[in-house]
Design a protein around this ligand. Structure first.
Ligand SMILES: NC(=O)c1ccc[n+]([C@@H]2O[C@H](COP(=O)([O-])OP(=O)(O)OC[C@H]3O[C@@H](n4cnc5c(N)ncnc54)[C@H](O)[C@@H]3O)[C@@H](O)[C@H]2O)c1
Length: 319
């Protein structure tokens, strides 16, 4: 798909980060957009930006929807058809997601499954709901956001990451298998999987809110104590840090993740859109993602060893 003018795109997680940027850049190119999110306030911000920057006559709609809830996803689909007065869509960006460092062994089943359900079932339910509308178009494209954790199941030697990695591997496998499924059964619909490296967004803050921990100031005492223990294993001074100091550190990390990333959300969205225009099924975002992809292919058996983390640090710029 080279030209987005007059097309209709659905973007999940459109209230923030890459989803907000996708909406903004698509609208600028003349595309109508329907976004969904769990955060109403952020969606209104996206609408404001799109209305200010998009050409006259563009339709951008916001829909409150938790993508891990199939009933809400079906309601979202009905609202899109009705409010955009169309019987098809052209683009589906399954972008909504949260982070999550959850351990299969230590963390609660609820925490683990919440991350898995948003990151995997969100993609699955939205695909079930919207793929018939893509097939009903003359020209369609489904773009599913996985991660570098869709081909490398780690955040480094000191972190657990099982729920997110399991979900992102699932998204990648599903999307790659869809390539042939569409070729055989609906060849006018194209497929892409997006694998971002570190992108500067508020995903850490948003994840904390969605997991019910509120802002950094309201993280509960148990969590603070766990964080203190984990920090103390690397830095003995952290054992004496007060609750407020740990909370401040959490906020500093979230801010730094957003502000010191090698790739901005705007650049990431531009690369996704250009990947769609070039009909690339495999879209790696950022030099860090490309370096990791190469390293994992070169030395797959080493991928979870200390020397590999060091190599990615020196060759991929990973901190
Ligand atoms: N930022 C990164 O470094 C990075 C790296 C790899 C992959 N990703 C993936 O990219 C995608 C976009 O992330 P981002 O960095 O722009 O984060 P973000 O937090 O800025 O945006 C994600 C949006 O999804 C929304 N969302 C979360 N759960 C939802 C749900 N259940 N239903 C509907 N909306 C929901 C959030 O409210 C938020 O607005 C995610 O799938 C994420 O896993 C991000």
């Amino acid at each position: 798909m080279k030209d987005f003018s007059g097309k209709l795109a659905v973007v999940t997680g459109g209230g923030s980060g890459m989803g907000q940027e996708l909406a903004r850049q698509l609208v600028i190119q003349g595309c109508d957009v329907a976004i969904c999110d769990v955060n109403q306030e952020n969606m209104q911000q996206t609408i404001k930006i799109c209305e200010a920057e998009g050409p006259q006559g563009i339709r951008i709609t916001a829909h409150q929807c938790d993508v891990s809830n199939e009933q809400q996803v079906l309601r979202f689909k009905d609202e899109v058809i009705q409010q955009h007065d169309r019987d098809h869509i052209n683009l589906l960006f399954n972008n909504a997601g949260i982070g999550g460092f959850f351990s299969f062994i230590k963390d609660t089943r609820e925490e683990w499954e919440k991350t898995f359900n948003i990151c995997w079932y969100g993609v699955y339910y939205c695909s079930r709901a919207f793929v018939p509308l893509l097939i009903a178009s003359d020209e369609g494209h489904i773009i599913n956001t996985s991660s570098i954790n869709g081909f490398w199941a780690s955040l480094g030697p000191d972190s657990t990451h099982t729920a997110y990695s399991a979900a992102k591997f699932a998204v990648k496998g599903f999307t790659e298998a869809l390539i042939n499924d569409f070729r055989l059964n609906a060849p006018h619909v194209k497929v892409s999987v997006v694998m971002p490296g570190h992108i500067g967004t508020s995903i850490l803050d948003n994840t904390r809110t969605i997991m019910g921990a509120g802002d950094a100031d309201s993280v509960d005492a148990d969590r603070i104590s766990e964080l203190r223990q984990s920090l103390a294993s690397k830095d003995a001074n952290a054992a004496n840090a007060t609750d407020d100091e740990i909370r401040a550190l959490l906020q500093k990390r979230a801010d730094s993740f957003r502000d010191n990333a090698p790739t901005s959300a705007a650049q990431a969205a531009a690369d996704i859109i250009s990947g769609v225009q070039q009909d690339r099924w495999r879209i790696l975002l950022g030099d860090d993602a490309r370096a990791l992809d190469r390293l994992v292919r070169e030395t797959p058996e080493e991928a979870y060893e200390a020397a590999f983390y060091d190599r990615w640090g020196s060759e991929g710029g990973w901190k």
